[in-house]
Design a protein around this ligand. Structure first.
Ligand code: SF4
Length: 256
């Protein structure tokens, strides 16, 4: 039987290998990058920061990482455990005190979900701070389940075939936004959270509630996975093997 220490190394190694492979394919991490990682206090952003920092030590070139936590002024939310963790990690970090909570409260329509307003505000703050620190990239903590759910939501509700890119340039050209963990399974991030005991700081606005369309597609995928356990991996593979000429987009060039 494998000892807990060995299992711990195995999980970390597996995840570092996955993000290194994604980087090799899509150029998410490149020489001399200065990457801002926004750490919300959830398992995904902790996992991202932890893994990038581990990978950084093994790269044959240098990169810089700076963590940013936006303290959003949510009543009853204390970011101290996160700040203590950041201090202990040895990673450079900044805490941005910005009362987005009041802005969201003022602008939230009855029955609306706070995440879309909140994430727009957060993005603006993150980009401003990234510019201040001279970062060329901003890293987001989306994982395999996020990209597949986004693909399904676009298919079901928006009528388009679109998932999430691993790397893109912002409209104003200031940064490249990267998603180093797009091929990491969420279950592995949950296991990493249990292993490393990241001190979670929950969101008081939405209590982790997914928007109902996202919840629906995730429940649907979970149900299919009961009989098709590799479903999400197969779907991820499908996103990497696109045959545009066999779809119906008339703007796609076709052989005569
Ligand atoms: S989870 Fe909370 S902090 Fe994150 S976007 Fe939604 S409301 Fe904002």
């Amino acid at each position: 039987m494998l000892r807990p220490h060995t299992l711990k190394i195995m999980l970390t190694e597996k995840l570092i290998k996955t993000i290194a492979k994604t980087s090799g394919e899509y150029g998410t991490i490149e020489p001399d990058d200065k990457i801002m990682v926004a750490v919300s206090g959830g398992k995904d952003s902790y996992g991202l920061l932890f893994l990038l920092n581990q990978l950084k030590r093994r790269l044959p070139f240098s990169i810089d990482i700076i963590a940013l936590h936006v303290a959003q002024g949510q009543p009853g939310v204390d970011p101290t455990p996160l700040i203590d963790w950041l201090k202990g990690s040895g990673i450079a970090f900044e805490i941005a005190e910005e009362d987005t909570y009041s802005v969201v409260q003022r602008n939230l329509k009855p029955g609306g979900t706070p995440c879309s307003i909140c994430s727009r505000l957060r993005r603006g703050i993150i980009y401003t701070r990234a510019e201040k620190h001279g970062c060329n990239k901003v890293a987001l903590g989306h994982h395999r389940e996020d990209t597949i759910a986004t693909f399904m939501m676009n298919l079901f509700y928006a009528g388009k075939l679109q998932a999430m890119p691993a790397k893109y340039t912002t409209d104003d050209g200031r940064f490249q936004v990267i998603r180093p963990m797009l091929e990491v399974a969420e279950a592995d991030l949950i296991a990493l959270q249990e292993q490393e005991q990241f001190p979670i700081v929950p969101c008081a606005l939405c209590s982790g509630q997914e928007d109902h369309k996202r919840r629906y597609v995730n429940e649907l995928l979970d149900a299919v996975e009961h009989t098709h356990p590799t479903l999400r991996n197969v779907m991820l593979g499908a996103l990497k093997h696109v045959n545009p000429s066999h779809l119906l987009d008339a703007t796609v060039k076709r052989e005569k």
